[in-house]
Ligand binder design. Structure first.
Ligand code: ATP
Ligand code: MG
Length: 341
C-alpha cells in the first residue's frame, strides 16, 4: 500500500498499533480542567449525534453554551481508521473563518483551547434550531429549507475559494478512500467506478471541501433557516461533492421509509435548482457522488435509522443501479427514486 497516499489506512491485524491514552476520560475531568483555566463553567448532558467528539450542553457564567471536546478516535477494530483529535482545531479554524460571513450561519465561538482540543460555543438550540437528522427521524422535512441549504452550501464553496491554503487533518485521498469503501467493495474486479471518482475528488483539490455536510451537521429552524457545524474532517478536495453528499441523505431517509417520497423528490428538485442559481452542477458526477454516499451508508455506518435488511437492500439496489444504468442526470436519478419501492 502506498503509505503517502493512504496515510491512516487499515492496519493488518497482526501488527496492531498502540495508541495514546485519552487525556479526559469523563465529563468531570474536563469540567475541572476548564474551571482551573478560570472559567465559571458547568457541564451538563452529553448531546446526541457525535461519533468523533463529545459535545456537552452547559453553562458559562450562567448562560447556555455547548462544549465540544475531541479525543483521538481509536479504531475499535483494525480495519477502521484512526481519526486524530487534531481535526478539532480545524473545525474551530473554519468556524472562525466563517464567523463574519452573512450568508452562512455557524455557532459563535466563545473560547477555544487548542491544547486540549476543546471549544466553547453557542448552543444553536437556544435560537430555535433543531438538528436536521432529528427532524427527519420524526418524518419532518421542511421544504422551505431546501433553497436555504442549497444557498448555504453554494456560498460555502464560493467563500472558501478565497481562503488561503491551510493544513487540514485529513487529505483528499483519505477522505474519498474512507467514503468510497463500499463502492470499492461493490465493483471488486475493475474498481473503475471508484477510481473515476477518486481521480475527480483528488485532482480537483485546489479548493476546500466539507465532506460532512449531512443532516447530522445541519441545524434547521421553523423558518427553514440553516446553521452548519462540524468542519473538522474537511480537506482540500472536490467541492462538487458537497451538494450530492447532502442530498444522498434525503434519498437514504426516503428509501428507508422515514420520509415521504413525493416530498423528498420536490425537496431534491428545489435544492438542486436553487444551488444552480449560484454554482454550476455537473450532473453526471453529481449522480455518482450521490450514489457513492448512499452506498457508504447502506449498512447503517454512523447513521441512525438504517436497521434492517429490507432497508439495506433498497439502498444497495438504488446506488448500484445508478452506476450500472449509467444514470447521469438529476431527472433520471429522480425517476429511479420514484420507481424504487
Ligand atoms: N453549537 C451546537 N449547538 C447545539 N448542538 C450542538 C452544537 N455543536 C454540536 N452539537 C451537537 O453535538 C453533536 C456532535 O457535534 P459535532 O457534529 O460537532 O461532533 P462530531 O463528533 O464531530 O460529529 P460526527 O459524528 O459528525 O463526526 C451534534 O450532532 C449536535 O447534536
Ligand atoms: Mg457531526
Amino acid at each position: 500500500m502506498d503509505k503517502k497516499k493512504y496515510i491512516l489506512s487499515v492496519q493488518p491485524v497482526s501488527r496492531s498499533k498502540k495508541y495514546q491514552k485519552p487525556s479526559f476520560i469523563n465529563k468531570n475531568d474536563l469540567q475541572k480542567t476548564l474551571v482551573k483555566k478560570g472559567l465559571n463553567i458547568v457541564l451538563g448532558e452529553i448531546l446526541k449525534g457525535g461519533t468523533v467528539s463529545q459535545v456537552y450542553s452547559g453553562y458559562l457564567n450562567s448562560k447556555p453554551i455547548v462544549v465540544k471536546h475531541t479525543e483521538d478516535l481509536v479504531p475499535f477494530d483494525p480495519t477502521e481508521f484512526f481519526i486524530s483529535k487534531k481535526g478539532h482545531n480545524i473545525d474551530s479554524h473554519v468556524l472562525n473563518l466563517l464567523a463574519k460571513e452573512k450568508k452562512i450561519k455557524t455557532p459563535k465561538i466563545f473560547r477555544h483551547f487548542p491544547e486540549i482540543a476543546t471549544t466553547i460555543m453557542e448552543d444553536m438550540r437556544c435560537f430555535g434550531y433543531e438538528l436536521m437528522s432529528e427532524q427527519i427521524l420524526k418524518g419532518k422535512l421542511l421544504l422551505i429549507s431546501a433553497p436555504k441549504v442549497a444557498k448555504s452550501l453554494a456560498s460555502l464553496a464560493q467563500i472558501s475559494r478565497k481562503w488561503k491554503n491551510f493544513g487540514t487533518n485529513e487529505s483528499a485521498e483519505q477522505s474519498i478512500y474512507e467514503r468510497g469503501l463500499e463502492l470499492r467493495l461493490a465493483y471488486p474486479n475493475t474498481q473503475k467506478e471508484y477510481l473515476t471518482l477518486e481521480k475527480e475528488f483528488v485532482s480537483n483539490n485546489q479548493f476546500w471541501v466539507w465532506p460532512d455536510g449531512h443532516p447530522k451537521n445541519i441545524f434547521i429552524n421553523e423558518n427553514g433557516e440553516v446553521a452548519l457545524i462540524d468542519f473538522g474532517r474537511s480537506c482540500w478536495g472536490d467541492q462538487r461533492y458537497m451538494l450530492p453528499n447532502f442530498l444522498a441523505h434525503i434519498v437514504i431517509f426516503t428509501l428507508t421509509g422515514h420520509l415521504n417520497k413525493a416530498q423528498s423528490i420536490e425537496y431534491i428538485e428545489n435544492c438542486t435548482s436553487s444551488y444552480k442559481e449560484l454554482e454550476s452542477v455537473d450532473e453526471e458526477i453529481f449522480c455518482q457522488y450521490l450514489a457513492m454516499e448512499v452506498l457508504h451508508r447502506t449498512n447503517g455506518k454512523w447513521i441512525e435509522g438504517v436497521d434492517n435488511y429490507k432497508q439495506k437492500i433498497k439502498l444497495y439496489t438504488f446506488s448500484l443501479r445508478v452506476f450500472d444504468e449509467k444514470i447521469d442526470s438529476v431527472k433520471k436519478l429522480l425517476s429511479l427514486l420514484k420507481t424504487c419501492t
